[in-house]
Design a protein around this ligand. Structure first.
Ligand SMILES: Nc1ncnc2c1ncn2[C@@H]1O[C@H](COP(=O)(O)OP(=O)(O)OP(=O)(O)O)[C@@H](O)[C@H]1O
Length: 256
């Protein structure tokens, strides 16, 4: 594996007396695209939020690029971690260009550098800069807004990008289109570490170079999609794969 990028060492997380993550250890390599798949409440979002410092582990250690997270300045850390969520929260009174340029502006980039970066990013997410830069979020479809969300997360060229169910609210075709885009972007940028949370097994198997299957705060299996399909490690993973087969059987049934 490439040099260590994100490492959890016996991480535990409780909310009050609710132990949500009992003991989690894993390593993600630099430049990897890892999907985290699990049922609702399995702790996926909690894992992402502990990586970008929105939540603190109750015990254990998280290393980001060999440095302990607890020793890092959180404001600085978040500049190195892009975050894409389902409710992307674009500022409605700002244009698309202004929305993408928010953090670069906070970092005092020159206006020329911001314009050039925004143009580059709009092209990267396949939105024509001439027709989209000056529009407002309400003038975009849900799928286009998510593309802007991805562009904004990449604005400062962070080495890590976290995705929390970003395409959950989109129709199936738009979702498929955006999945292909994110995969292409990861491949084209080469060195970025992507962690992508989803409860959609097809999405997880399509996008992830490795898939972490979580259940009740524990890792059931962390392996390549091929390995998971060929050798599901636990009953939970088998059942999860079984849901895909059941769906296929339903589609294949004759309709009266
Ligand atoms: N701030 C919080 N306070 C109390 N409990 C919380 C908090 N955040 C999460 N939890 C609990 O932690 C557990 C894991 O939540 P988490 O959001 O990580 O799950 P998830 O796998 O992302 O689920 P989903 O797919 O539904 O978003 C849940 O039981 C949830 O109720």
């Amino acid at each position: 594996m490439a040099k260590t990028s994100i490492q959890f060492k016996h991480v535990q997380k409780s909310f009050g007396d609710n132990l949500v993550i009992p003991d989690l250890s894993f390593t993600v390599g630099a430049g990897e695209f890892v999907t985290i798949l699990g049922s609702s409440g399995s702790g996926k979002t909690t894992v992402l939020k502990m990586i970008n410092g929105l939540l603190e582990p109750s015990a254990g250690e998280i290393l980001i690029g060999k440095k302990t997270l607890a020793d890092q300045d959180l404001v600085n850390l978040r500049r190195h971690i892009g975050y894409v969520v389902q409710q992307i929260g674009l500022f409605p009174h700002m244009t698309i260009a202004e929305n993408i340029g928010v953090v670069p502006k906070m970092l005092n980039w020159t206006p020329e550098r911001i314009v050039s970066r925004v143009t580059e990013l709009l092209k990267l997410v396949q939105l024509n800069p001439t027709s989209f830069a000056d529009r407002y979020p309400s003038q975009l479809s849900g799928g286009q807004q998510q593309r802007v969300g991805v562009a904004r997360a990449l604005a400062t060229n962070p080495p890590y990008v976290l995705f929390d169910e970003p395409f959950g609210a989109l129709d199936a075709l738009t979702r498929l289109e955006l999945q292909r885009e994110v995969k292409r972007i990861h491949d084209s940028l080469g060195d970025k570490t992507f962690l992508f949370v989803t409860h959609d097994i097809n999405e997880a198997l399509f996008l992830g170079q490795r898939v972490m299957v979580m259940h009740a705060g524990r890792i059931e299996q962390f392996a390549t999609p091929q390995e998971i399909v060929a050798h599901p490690a636990t009953t939970f993973v088998k059942e999860l794969l079984g849901t895909v087969r059941q769906n296929q059987e339903l589609w294949g049934r004759d309709h009266d």
